[in-house]
Structure formats: structure tokens, C-alpha cells
Design a protein around this ligand. Structure first.
Ligand code: F6P
Length: 337
């Protein structure tokens, strides 16, 4: 069989490990040939490809980023998008397409499979872990590891200077990275988009922490925001960086009189080598995705349920954002302050 592979949307650690597993099992077990489509959906839209075979994936298991490139191109925004994709798949004699992506890329995959009958199998990736239908996405564990390591380091400098250290982590619309790294790193306050925060309450927690002679660490997800709508960012706001972390540190200083600093971890969480867990998960997802192709189980996405890899409809996985359950957040609240 000739199988196309693409990686779309924002990158994350573990993408190459999926591609490698797909190609290794496809070639060695099924006798497949592969076509690498470059830069996400732009590849099949413009017909741009790279050779994808065993030598191309050699040494890529620990490598971050994606050897196929990525983009946030939306083929359904192009009037001729579906026709162009069909033509390019036919031109390269591609009989199935493995699409590795997050909500956006797989949302498109679901429509192309369900509405237009394209032979697609999905693989879930994103450091945000916000895709439904799977316990975990690839990239999430690595990002949590980077953030936890940073929080560990920030504890010591916060203690030396008796300062508040605010750590802004990624997560988009969800607080999964903040929640898990904050817990693992022993943060004193964790703020997530699912639970708009009260700045006065945050200051009360910070002050109580100082009373107990500890310098507090506040972990804030980049999508978190205050309840009262008081956050003003951008020109004239006095905020040096562009996010909630910097805004919050200024508010804490102003309201509590304690010196505060911000560390924005940013793309450090998305770059570099995948963790052992992500290599394991990405490899298993890749092995199961090529099986799904050979069973012609199109329109499905491989997913982790407990320790099993299962398949779910891509449309179901992308229909709603997987948010942090209020009960999970309540559970960690015992450590605040
Ligand atoms: O969706 C992944 C993510 O890393 C989010 O956690 C973050 O908010 C966003 O992407 C940052 O995107 P960009 O690469 O456009 O800065």
C-alpha cells in the first residue's frame, strides 16, 4: 500500500517518534511505501512531498520538532481545497493518509473523512492534552517535565530572595500542564483557564505562605484570567511581556507589597527531545495507526485508554475540548496558600 503521512498544527515532542513507528512497521511488516507530505495540510493541498522511508526516519526517535514540517493551513478554507487534496493523493498514488495533529488539524481530518470520504487515520498530539477521547496526547508528558524542572529551580531562588515567583506555563484553553506540573513541582498556587481566579484570594494565599516563612511559587496557565475582568494587556498597560504571568506579578506586588518576578516558559515546553513516556506513547500510536490503515478503519483516531491503545471516531475526539474537571482542581486546592 502507498500511505501518506503529515504532521499539522503547532509542533510538540514525539511527532518524529510516531512517523518512525508508522514507517518501520509499514515497511517491515506490511511492505508499504510512504509519501511524506510537508507542512501539515499545505503538503497535500500543494502536492509538496518528501521521501519517507527507513533511512529518512533513522535516528529520529529522540528528536524534537517534526522532520515533515508543519503549518496551520486550513484546506477547507480554500474553495478548491478538497479537489486539490484528492488530485494530489491520486497523483502520488496514496491510498490512505495518516494525520498527526491536535484539535485543529484533526477537526479538518474528521470533516475530510466523514463528509468527503477521504481515507484518513488520526493520531492525537498536543502539549495541551485537550483532545477528548484519549487519556493523553503525545507531547503533554514532556511539557509537564520541562515545567516541573523549572518550578524546582525557581523554588530555591524564590527562597533566597524571599520573593514571589510567578511561572507562566502553556496550555491554551485548558489547565492540564499547569495542574500537573504545579502539583509535581509543589507550587503554592495553581491558576487555570477553567476556573477564573480572584486576585485578592491569590494575594491572601501568597501572604499566608510568607507568614509560614516560605517564598511562594504561583503557576499560571497562559489562558487563565481573573474573574472580575480587570486584566488589561498590551500598550499602555504597564505590562512588559504580553501575558497573564507578568500582569499577575505586578498585581501581587501592588496589592501585597511583596516583590514578585515572572518566568514565562513559552516554547521551551514544546521544543527538544520527547520524554521516555512520550516516546513510548508515540511509538505505540504509530504502530496502531498503520494497523488501522490496513484494516481500512478510516475516520478513526488512535487513543490511549488506561494502558490500551483503542480507536475512537476522529469527529468524537474533536467535537469538544477536554477541560480540567472541577473535582481535580479542588483536589489540589489543599496545597494553596
Ligand atoms: O496549542 C499549543 C500551544 O503551545 C498552547 O499551549 C499555547 O497557548 C500556544 O500553542 C502558543 O502558540 P504559538 O506557537 O502560536 O505561540
Amino acid at each position: 500500500m502507498r500511505v501518506g503521512v503529515l504532521t499539522g498544527g503547532r509542533d510538540c515532542p514525539g511527532l518524529n517518534a510516531v512517523v518512525r513507528a508508522v514507517v518501520r512497521k509499514g515497511v517491515q511488516h506490511y511492505g508499504d511505501e510512504f509519501v511524506g507530505f510537508v507542512d501539515g495540510w499545505r503538503g497535500p493541498l500543494d502536492g509538496e512531498t518528501v521521501p519517507l522511508d527507513i533511512p529518512a526516519v533513522r535516528g529520529t526517535l529522540p528528536r524534537g520538532g517534526t522532520i515533515l514540517g508543519t503549518s496551520r493551513t486550513h484546506p477547507l478554507d480554500h474553495p478548491e481545497g478538497v479537489r486539490r487534496i484528492r488530485e494530489n493523493l491520486a497523483k502520488h498514488e496514496v491510498e490512505a493518509l495518516i494525520t498527526i495533529g491536535g484539535r485543529d488539524t484533526l477537526g479538518t481530518a474528521a470533516r475530510l473523512a466523514d463528509e468527503y470520504g477521504l481515507p484518513i487515520v488520526g493520531v492525537p498530539k498536543t502539549i495541551d492534552n485537550d483532545l477528548s477521547g484519549t487519556d493523553c496526547t503525545i507531547g503533554y508528558d514532556t511539557a509537564v517535565g520541562v515545567a516541573t524542572g523549572a518550578i524546582d529551580r525557581l523554588h530555591t531562588t524564590a527562597e533566597s530572595h524571599k520573593r514571589v515567583l510567578v511561572v507562566e506555563v502553556m496550555g491554551g484553553d485548558t489547565g492540564w500542564i499547569a495542574l500537573r506540573s504545579g502539583l509535581a513541582g509543589g507550587a503554592n498556587v495553581i491558576l487555570i483557564p477553567e476556573q477564573p481566579f480572584d486576585v485578592e484570594q491569590v494575594c491572601a494565599w501568597v501572604t499566608s505562605r510568607f507568614r509560614a516563612s516560605y517564598a511562594p511559587i504561583v503557576v499560571v496557565a497562559d489562558g487563565a484570567y481573573p474573574k472580575d475582568g480587570s486584566m488589561r494587556l498590551g500598550p499602555g498597560s504597564g505590562v512588559r511581556l504580553s501575558g497573564v504571568g507578568e500582569w499577575l506579578a505586578r498585581e501581587i506586588e501592588h496589592r501585597s507589597g511583596k516583590e514578585a518576578r515572572t518566568t514565562v516558559l513559552g516554547h521551551l515546553q514544546r521544543g527538544g527531545s520527547p520524554s521516555p513516556f512520550d516516546r513510548w506513547l508515540a511509538t505505540r500510536f504509530g504502530l496502531h495507526a498503520i494497523d488501522a490503515v490496513h484494516e481500512q478503519d478510516f475516520g478513526t483516531m488512535v487513543a490511549l485508554r488506561g494502558t490500551d491503545v483503542v480507536r475512537v471516531p476522529i469527529a468524537e475526539a474533536t467535537a469538544r475540548v477536554k477541560r480540567v474537571d472541577p473535582k481535580l482542581y479542588e483536589e489540589v486546592g489543599v496545597f494553596f496558600g
